[in-house]
Design a protein around this ligand. Structure first.
Ligand SMILES: NC(=O)C1=CN([C@@H]2O[C@H](COP(=O)(O)OP(=O)(O)OC[C@H]3O[C@@H](n4cnc5c(N)ncnc54)[C@H](OP(=O)(O)O)[C@@H]3O)[C@@H](O)[C@H]2O)C=CC1
Ligand SMILES: O=C(CO)COP(=O)(O)O
Length: 324
């Protein structure tokens, strides 16, 4: 397991329901010492009790990978390259590499699975993602959740689905790796839009219109960027959009809400102490929108608010003309 945030901690809890041995890479030696002593992550989901008979924390990533069959990545996308610095294709050879990340690599504007394929030589058949509507906080509370394990190799996806299934988590599989990965990135941008509108004083009626239009934008994007037959009504697409748009636990919605209430990006990020992936992702998606000449008014409005500092009030007023 690579990553020490709330999602990594929640996935560790789920995986620990099985008979597994997990090496857990954390970047901070103090966190490793805390986990060794107290069996809790000190900063994220600190109520979750970690099974130390199954989980071994370390700051040595090479060592953590050396005898792993499966590598799970759960750091925010903006920090993936930092986290993997010093590793090469040999470190991933023969392993199933699973991304739990719902973000894009800044600057190169690529998906995490693209980075894994292009830079680390991971074969397409050895890639899988963890997707679906699921907040780490609800996993911590053992509230019933559903995850989708998406990957082109059915056997590998089923292997992960079996590992991630437990009393409070049901799992399904899908072959639509890139489509679901993009949908999971996009929903974060729409959660920011929902938060902004809420912060501006718009109500549930408007949010329902926003979410309906957001789903249409996801369809427009996927049809252009990775076309295939897919059903957006499946939970990995629309379900993830809904949970992020409506949940009290949503980081992206919380971040957007602060922007709508007048916070600057910097002060909203400072207040949160957690990462809102949509802030980084909207920049990459904006590039892809230009490249593919798409019309995606909600995404473009969020981009202009966050990066061109256009007033949220003005952008949402203009956006109203495009919604239906
Ligand atoms: N939280 C959730 O419910 C879900 C999250 N996800 C996805 O999981 C991924 C991880 O998110 P999540 O666990 O929520 O993140 P959190 O906000 O909970 O944690 C942030 C993580 O980023 C690390 N970090 C912060 N700054 C840096 C840096 N400069 N370099 C390297 N690492 C850094 C932190 O490490 P440190 O503690 O050492 O500062 C910490 O591990 C995201 O892509 C998210 O979209 C997907 C589904 C659900
Ligand atoms: O992806 C997630 C839930 O499926 C978490 O992202 P948010 O915290 O922004 O909702």
């Amino acid at each position: 397991m690579i990553g020490g945030g709330s999602w990594a901690t929640a996935i560790l809890k789920i995986l620990s329901e099985q008979s597994v041995r997990i090496r857990w890479w954390l970047r901070d030696p103090k966190t490793v010492a805390h986990v060794q002593q107290y069996a809790h992550n000190p900063r994220y989901l600190s109520d979750v009790s970690l099974d130390r008979t199954k989980i071994t924390p370390t700051t040595d990533l090479k060592e953590a990978l050396s005898d792993a069959d499966i590598v799970v990545l759960a750091v925010p996308a903006a920090f993936v390259e930092d986290a993997l610095a010093g590793l090469g294709p040999a470190d991933f050879r023969g392993k199933l590499v699973v991304s739990a990340i719902k973000g894009m690599i800044p600057e190169s504007h690529c998906l995490v699975t693209d980075l894994l394929e292009d830079r680390y030589g991971v074969a397409e058949r050895d890639l899988c993602i963890i997707a679906g509507p699921c907040h780490a906080e609800e996993v911590a509370l053992e509230r019933q959740s559903y995850l989708t394990l998406a990957g082109p190799d059915e056997a590998q996806a089923h292997r992960m689905a079996d590992l991630m299934r437990c009393r409070y988590v049901s799992t399904a599989t899908s072959p639509d790796l890139r489509g679901i990965e993009y949908a999971a990135v996009l929903k974060n941008v729409y959660a920011i839009a929902c938060g902004i509108c809420h912060g501006l004083g718009y109500g549930d009626n408007f949010q329902a219109i926003l979410v309906a239009n957001a789903l249409r934008e996801i369809g427009t994007f996927l049809d252009a960027v990775c076309p295939t037959h897919r059903n957006l009504n499946e939970s990995a697409y629309v379900g993830d959009l809904l949970v992020t748009a409506y949940s009290q636990f949503s980081r992206n919605r919380t971040f957007g809400n602060m922007i709508g209430r007048g916070y600057s990006v910097k002060s909203a990020q400072f207040e949160m102490d957690m990462v809102a992936e949509g802030y980084y992702a909207v920049k990459s998606i904006h590039e892809l929108i230009k490249r593919h000449r798409l019309v995606m008014p909600i995404t473009q409005a969020v981009y202009r608010i966050l990066y061109d500092r256009v007033s949220p009030n003005l952008e949402v007023t203009l956006l109203k003309n495009y919604l239906r």
